[in-house]
Design a protein around this ligand. Sequence first.
Ligand code: 5RP
Length: 220
Amino acid sequence: MDPKELLATYALNYLREKKIIGVGTGKTVKKLIEVLSKEENLKKTVLFVASSLDTEIELSKHGFKVISLLSAIQPEIYVDSFDVVTKDGIMIKGGGGALLREKLLTYFSKYRIFIGEFNKLKDSKLIDVPIEVVSIGVSYVKDKLEKMGFAVKIREGSGKMGPIISDNGNAILDVSVKTENLCEFDRMIKTIPSVVETGIFCKELYNKIILANEEGRIEE
Ligand code: 5RP
């Protein structure tokens, strides 16, 4: 059984009756949109808010109505996935580079659920954290972090030269951070000029994490 499909179908229970839904980015969300697209009535009744251009295109392709982030509309519910969740319940997002808009929508949504496979639950001591940085500041920020003892990589596109540029025109750094210091690191790094946001989602940013596996086990 495909756990992404299982999670998407499960998440549908949270979305029924909702009129304004925020959605994340990535393969899990793509599967969710595919599952939602079978619910024809949603195409007439729901306004979606997307956390990336990719998601906006995907929603539009399936005939869903999408409203701009500039509307400042507050989703009744936000659904997304994550790259990693620690045993303390801290999520790392931004594998797809959409972390800023994802955090923006998470912050302004009334209820937030995150869906992912059990194998995203990690117990490692170090985790790679994506950081969105204004492009012109990227070398200063990299130097500063390296002097502080962090291992830092500028994210590059696959098969293409140069750094990845986010939907917001910024670069992404991947920084190796001790798992026990994630939320503290999140606060600290945002004091460095040109750091825009991190992919660290501490507990106050979500209501529920739902996990599933290939055997069909599902847990909230
Ligand atoms: C994108 C994200 C995604 O939620 C994360 O990368 C997981 O993606 P996938 O559903 O493809 O496993 O944070 O910025």
